[in-house]
Design a protein around this ligand. Structure first.
Ligand code: PEP
Length: 249
């Protein structure tokens, strides 16, 4: 069974001082764990990755980016290249988050190219997938996940360089979550889809994301094939994020 990964997506939140304080707090807690059964990842805004990296240095908490460009370098004003994130000490990069798909028009092919750029820079891509509410209501949740996996997971992916985050769009930031049975159904489906594409599907971490909080973490993290969480809002408070992580213990 893959090790649990608890990942915090800070989105466009935290000025430097706040981010450093949050990271330092998490680092102290994590390094104080005798034998943590989970990995902890924080994904700050690109502008403060360097400072956050310094704050968690030596703690065991790892660092990630929230997005990257598909190209390695070039004339792309305002964008961030995967090698730049690796250069700052990132081990992971989120790609294909529904907010990128929704507000930046990102399609599966682009997500796949970004994931490839992450792999080539020596990091792990956290590839986000998930259905909208209309798609779920239409009974298409599994089909949407299949389509997004087929389109967004590039050749060369493996458990070594790829994490899948199942994030139903309607659950993100809404306080609503699917039932444990629904999560189990989708995660089993994702595992089955991966087994048709990858050599080591059972080792791939499949995260659940969407309104994970301290009060529902234990139930969600104990669902079969849930190998951790991608957490938005609740990752901005050390107590909340830590409680979610401890729910894996
Ligand atoms: C997210 O945006 O990845 C997310 C899961 O957000 P939240 O936890 O706030 O629903």
């Amino acid at each position: 069974m893959p090790r649990k990964l608890i990942a915090g997506n800070w989105k466009m939140n935290c000025l430097k001082a706040d981010g450093v304080a949050l990271a330092r707090d998490l680092g102290v807690r994590y390094s104080g764990e005798a034998d943590p059964v989970f990995d902890m990842l924080v994904c700050p805004p690109a502008q403060i990755i360097d400072a956050v990296g310094a704050a968690i240095a030596g703690s065991g908490v790892v660092l990630g980016g929230q997005d990257c460009h598909r190209e390695r370098k070039g004339a792309f004003t305002g964008d961030v290249a995967a090698p730049m994130l690796a250069d700052l000490g990132c081990s992971h990069v989120i790609v294909g988050h529904s907010e990128r798909r929704q507000y930046h028009g990102e399609i599966d092919l682009l997500v796949s190219e970004k994931a490839k750029a992450v792999h080539e820079a020596g990091m792990t891509a956290i590839i986000c997938i998930g259905e909208t509410e209309a798609e779920r209501d239409a009974g298409q949740a599994l089909a949407v996940c299949s389509r997004q996996i087929a389109g967004s997971v590039p050749e060369g992916s493996s458990a070594e360089n790829t994490v899948i985050a199942y994030e139903p769009v309607w659950a993100i930031g809404t306080g609503r979550t699917p039932t444990a049975d629904d999560v189990a159904e989708v995660h089993a489906h994702i595992r089955a889809e991966l087994s048709r594409m990858l050599a080591d599907p059972d080792d791939v971490q499949i995260l659940y994301g969407g309104s994970v909080k301290a009060s529902n973490a234990e139930e969600l993290m104990s669902v079969a094939n849930v190998d951790g969480a991608l957490v938005g809002g609740a990752s901005l408070k050390a107590d909340d994020f830590w409680a979610i992580a401890k729910a894996c213990s």
